[in-house]
Structure formats: structure tokens, C-alpha cells
Design a protein around this ligand. Structure first.
Ligand code: ADP
Ligand code: MG
Ligand code: ZN
Length: 604
């Protein structure tokens, strides 16, 4: 709420208060002010002397006129006292009198007006709150997307984005399409309707989306998912409709929905019944995305750092069907990002950005931009002419301290564990005969859960897997864990996903594929009914006894244990290679196939 609105509300409340005071005052004047307040005893005296006229009695007071002479009359009021004699005396003296309701005319009005005023004040207050950001209540359905082509986006280009080259490459196609839609039409190529940027916070998703618009030179409609979700039911949906119709008029263009997860969380059952506001908005978004043709030249981009909570409906073909992973930058990437951000900063000659990049593993673009900025501020405060290594070092420490609080940083110890873990996977994969080739090993954290990864590419398309292939795959999965045990004498939580996948494979070998000698050829589980899988997964019925279940568990455990020992032997044998691979990983963070092969050759 801004100051202006604050003031306005205070003024209107002030008016109400003044009006109330006025009404009270008037009532006082009319009813009380014109009659003299007299004590009851005095009233009784006048009554005795027969000087009263036109008396009216209410439960609380008595009013009337004192007649001193023909010309000297005076209205009076007195508080009523419990006096059973009163009526008899009045009759005795022949005074005209009447009973009266307790409430005066003004009292009656007041009892109506006051609640009305209060209701009006509350209504007024709520209306103001709802229409903040727009001139009035009639505007709530209008889209807040900044429809005037974002000037900032126009100035942004791929040159401003570094360290995420793979994502850039993937988005190049979108740029080409937006530049010359007709070319794609002629070729009949399929253009994605929706592109979802997935990556940790600060990796440059928003920046990248702007750069796409800037490169293509098209208008950029930027709205955040949380802006759709409003207080009024139906407003979010109206906003989506409005946004799309406006965008269609400006095609070719980009609609960018930042923080898509705020809007696109999995729809669930609503215990109160009916759809809630967010769901309605999401449904409207799905309808709009289905309802238009890519050839209209509108590309929808979304960004999220939590793809796992998105409603699966959003990711279906024809919606956000292309996902672009925006990774954390590796060593070279970080150097490139630092270079971009230090363009406008005067660096001392001695500064080596490579060294800075080496000191900032796991950091994302936003963190690095922050470091350069911090360092420049420090240098200015110290009255230096240029930013030296000194300031940069201090800036790194500050940013690290901030990140540690948010638990987003990898410590050197963790880095070593991850390096050995991944080296173990890679080494075993390369040693065993029936595995896919190791394509790339990385200890740059990816996504939220995985701290590192080893990518293996299959050499041929596969429909069947043999028992020995499955066994070797199991060994590769366990290798990370085994390595940790051997090197550190301790294990970390990093192997959770590996163990889960290994257990699944071992269980399937026993229960579905008849690959365990002891359990024989019997299939203990059918493939799940495809109509029941997917969104509404249901456990299948168990068709065997508890005894068999225990035996299966034992078999699964045996397979895993045997694989563990086999893997351990391999790693013990290749300990030296493992050490040098882990060392290389810690240095470079990413090791590709070439380098890996070179290292293996040296070791032999
Ligand atoms: P996200 O949307 O992924 O959370 P942003 O795009 O908002 O991240 O990034 C915030 C800022 O960090 C950007 O404006 C830019 O200055 C800097 N930044 C992030 N990633 C990069 C990158 N890859 N290259 C250059 N600058 C980056
Ligand atoms: Mg963002
Ligand atoms: Zn692993």
C-alpha cells in the first residue's frame, strides 16, 4: 500500500467521525439543549403547584413545559425516578400527559445510520484494497502483464548471458522462428508452443527469456505466476484470457510466465468442494494454450525452479512440451559470467577472473553478479581507483556467508565427497564390459537433489536388456556409495537416489524377469495396467504369501550385497586411477569423454 492511499483512507475515516459527532451534537441541541435540566424534586414542586403542561414520560426521562405565566413558559427535562405516585399525582392535578418511547427521533435515526455507516466504511476499505494498482474495481480482470514492450528486454541479448551455452543453443531455434515465422511455415517444421526453463534460482532463467525476445526483436510480455492468483474467484482466469488476447494482437511475441509453479502446482481434490481460484486460473491457461496455433507467432515461455511440483497437464504435448535445463555454470562458465558483469567495473590489472571462478564452485549467475557488485562498492568505499583482488576476495566471503545461511553452498569437504562418488560411478562403468560409455562426469550441482552426475550414453538402441547388463548397471549404481565407504570410511546421504534405483532393478530381476535362481521362473508381479499408471498410480495386488515376500526380500538383498562386494573389488584395484580422476574433477568440475580416456590411458 502506498502513502497516497494511506492518506486517503485516513481522510475518509476522519469524515465519518466528524459526521457522527455532528449527529450526536445535533441530537443534544434539539432534544436537550432547548429544555432546562431540572432536579426531580423541583419537578415535583412544579407539579404540586400545578404549573406543568404537556408532560411526556419515557422510561428514562420526563419532559414538559413549566408555565409560570401566559408569556413565561419553559421547556424542561428531568431524569425519571422510580415514583409509583407520579401517575396518580399527574391525574390529580389535571396535567395532560403521555407516555413516550425511550428513543428519541434522533436516537432512532442513529440506530439505523450508525450500522450503515460502519458497513459503508468497511466496504469502502475493502474496495480500496482490491483495486490497488488499478484505477478502480472495474479493472481487476485486466492483465497486469507489462504489455508495453519491455524496453529492457529489447536491449538484452545472448551476449549478456554466459555459462549456460546448452540452454542458449536450444533456444536459438525459438529465436529463428520468431524472426521469420514464414520460413518455418513453408518447411512445415513443428515449433514448440511452450518452452519451460528449469533451473535453480539465480541461474539466469528470466535473463535468458528476455534475451530470446531481444535477439528476435519481438515484444516481451512478462508476468509472474503469483500475479495471477488473486482474491476474487474468476479474476485470475479473466486475466489469463486478457493476456492471451492482447498478445495475439501483437504477434509475433513472447509471453513469459515467471515462477510458473505458483500457478501450476498439481491440482488436487479440494476438501471444501469445487475448484479454487488457482485451479480455475490454471485451467484457463491450459485452455488458452490449447486454443491457439503456433503459427500465430506467439511463443509461451515459463520458468520454474521446482518442475517436480508442476501439474503434469502443463507438460503435455502442445503445452510446455519443451523443457530447457538451465544448469549451474561450471568453471569456465563462471569465468565468462564474471567477465560480463565486470565490464562496467574498473578492475586492477592483477585481477584474474579465473581464480575467482575457481573459488566459487556451485555459485550461480546471480551470486557472481553480486560478488562483482559488492567488490565495486567496497573499492569505492575505500577510495580506490580500481577493484583489486583484495575486494573481490572479501566480496566472495560475504556472498558465501549469505549463501551458507540459505544452505545453498557446497563446502570443500562436500565437494571432495561428490568428486569421489562420481569418480567411482565413472570408473566402474568404464571397467565393466556390459555398460554404456561414460560421456561426461560433473560435480556441478544440478537441479535440487543431485549434487553431481555421470552421464552414460547407450551405444545402440535397446529393447532388451540381458541379465549381465542389468548386473553391471547395478554395480555402476552402487559404485558411488562403495567409493565413499572406501575413501572416507563413512557414507553420505548423496547415494539415496542410486540405492533406490538399484533396489528397483534388483527387485524387478527377482519378481518380474525370473533372473534369480532361487525364486525360479515364476513372475511375482505383472506389469502395471497402463490405464492405472501415470497420474493415478495404484499399488497392484500382492498375489503371493508373506513367506514368499520374505524370500523375495532376501533374494533382492543377496543380489545387492554380492554386487556391492564385486564393485568394491573393482574400485580397490583401481584406487590410483580413482584418486587422479577425483583430483581432476575437483579441479575442473566437469570431465568429458576425451579427458577421461586420456586419464585412463595414463593410468594403465
Ligand atoms: P532466475 O530467473 O533464474 O532466478 P535471473 O535471470 O533473475 O535468475 O538472474 C538474476 C541476475 O543474475 C540477472 O539479472 C543477471 O544479472 C545475473 N545472471 C544470472 N545468470 C546469469 C548468466 N548466466 N549470465 C549472466 N548473468 C547472469
Ligand atoms: Mg527469475
Ligand atoms: Zn551417485
Amino acid at each position: 500500500m502506498n502513502d497516497d492511499q494511506h492518506k486517503k483512507r485516513q481522510i475518509s475515516l476522519g469524515y465519518i467521525a466528524i459526521a457522527l459527532l455532528l449527529i450526536f451534537g445535533l441530537q443534544f441541541l434539539f432534544v436537550r439543549g432547548m429544555s432546562r435540566d431540572i432536579p426531580y424534586s423541583e419537578f415535583k414542586q412544579y407539579l404540586d403547584q400545578g404549573m406543568l403542561r404537556d408532560v411526556s414520560v419515557s422510561p428514562t426521562d420526563i419532559r414538559g413545559v413549566i408555565v409560570r405565566s401566559e408569556t413565561e413558559q419553559e421547556a424542561f427535562v428531568t431524569n425519571r425516578v422510580d415514583d409509583p405516585e407520579l401517575v396518580r399525582q399527574l391525574e390529580e392535578k389535571g396535567v395532560r400527559f403521555s407516555g413516550r418511547q425511550a428513543n428519541s427521533f434522533f436516537g432512532t435515526i442513529l440506530s439505523w445510520v450508525l450500522p450503515l455507516l460502519i458497513i459503508f466504511a468497511i466496504w469502502n476499505f475493502t474496495m480500496r484494497r482490491m483495486s490497488i494498482g488499478g484505477p478502480g474495481i472495474l479493472n481487476v480482470g485486466q492483465s497486469k502483464a507489462r504489455l508495453v514492450a519491455d524496453e529492457e528486454a529489447k536491449k538484452t541479448s545472448f551476449r549478456d548471458v554466459a555459462g549456460i551455452d546448452e540452454a542458449k543453443e536450444e533456444l536459438n531455434e525459438v529465436v529463428e522462428f520468431l524472426k521469420t515465422p514464414s520460413k518455418f511455415e513453408e518447411l512445415g517444421g513443428r515449433i514448440p508452443k511452450g518452452v519451460l526453463l528449469v533451473g535453480a534460482p539465480g541461474t539466469g532463467k528470466t535473463l535468458l527469456a528476455k534475451a530470446v525476445a531481444g535477439e528476435a526483436g519481438v515484444p516481451f510480455f512478462h508476468i509472474s505466476g503469483s500475479e495471477f492468483v488473486e482474491m476474487f474467484v474468476g479474476v485470475g482466469a479473466a486475466r489469463v484470457r486478457d493476456l492471451f488476447s492482447q498478445a495475439k494482437g501483437k504477434a509475433p511475441c513472447i509471453i513469459f510466465i515467471d515462477e510458473l509453479d505458483a500457478l501450476g502446482k498439481v491440482r488436487g481434490f479440494n476438501p471444501i468442494g469445487g475448484h479454487d481460484e488457482r485451479e480455475q486460473t490454471l485451467n484457463q491457461l491450459l485452455v488458452e494454450m490449447d486454443g491457439f496455433d503456433t503459427r500465430a507467432g506467439v511463443i509461451i515461455m515459463g520458468a520454474t525452479n521446482r518442475p517436480e511440483i508442476l501439474d503434469p497437464a502443463l507438460l503435455r504435448p502442445g503445452r510446455f512440451d519443451r523443457q530447457v535445463v538451465v544448469d549451474r555454470p561450471d568453471l569456465n562458465g563462471r569465468e565468462a559470467i564474471l567477465k560480463i558483469h565486470s565490464q562496467s567495473v574498473k578492475l586492477a590489472k592483477e585481477v584474474d577472473l579465473k581464480v575467482i571462478a575457481g573459488r566459487t564452485p556451485g555459485m550461480v549467475g546471480a551470486d557472481l553478479a553480486n560478488i562483482v557488485n559488492e567488490a565495486a562498492l567496497l573499492a569505492a568505499r575505500r577510495g580506490k581507483k580500481s577493484v583489486t583482488m583484495n575486494e573481490l576476495d572479501e566480496a566472495i566471503d560475504r556472498v558465501i556467508a549469505g549463501l551458507e545461511k540459505k544452505k545453498r553452498l557446497i563446502s570443500p569437504k562436500e565437494k571432495k565427497i561428490v568428486a569421489y562418488h562420481e569418480a567411482g560411478h565413472a570408473l566402474v562403468a568404464e571397467t565393466l564390459p556390459n555398460t554404456d560409455v561414460v560421456h561426461k562426469i560433473s560435480i556441478v550441482p544440478r537441479g535440487i537433489a543431485a549434487l553431481g552426475y555421470t552421464i552414460q550414453l547407450p551405444t545402440e538402441d535397446r529393447y532388451l536388456m540381458t541379465k549381465s547388463e542389468l548386473e553391471d548397471r547395478l554395480a555402476v549404481l552402487l559404485a558411488g556409495r562403495v567409493t565413499e565407504e572406501l575413501i572416507f570410511g563413512d557414507v553420505s546421504t548423496g547415494a539415496q537416489n542410486d540405492l533406490m534405483r538399484a533396489t528397483d532393478i534388483a527387485r524387478a530381476m527377482v519378481k518380474e524377469y525370473g533372473m534369480s535362481g532361487k525364486m525360479g521362473l515364476m513372475a511375482y508381479e505383472r506389469p502395471r495396467n497402463p490405464f492405472l499408471t501415470g497420474d493415478n498410480w495404484m499399488p497392484t495386488e500382492k498375489e503371493y504369501s508373506e513367506k514368499i515376500a520374505a524370500e523375495i526380500d532376501e533374494e533382492v538383498k543377496r543380489i545387492l550385497d554380492e554386487t556391492h562386494d564385486k564393485t568394491q573389488k573393482i574400485i580397490e584395484e583401481k584406487r590410483e586411477t580413482l584418486d587422479s580422476l577425483a583430483k581432476l574433477l575437483m579441479e575442473k568440475e566437469v570431465v568429458d569423454r576425451e579427458e577421461f580416456k586420456k586419464l585412463l590411458k595414463l593410468a594403465v
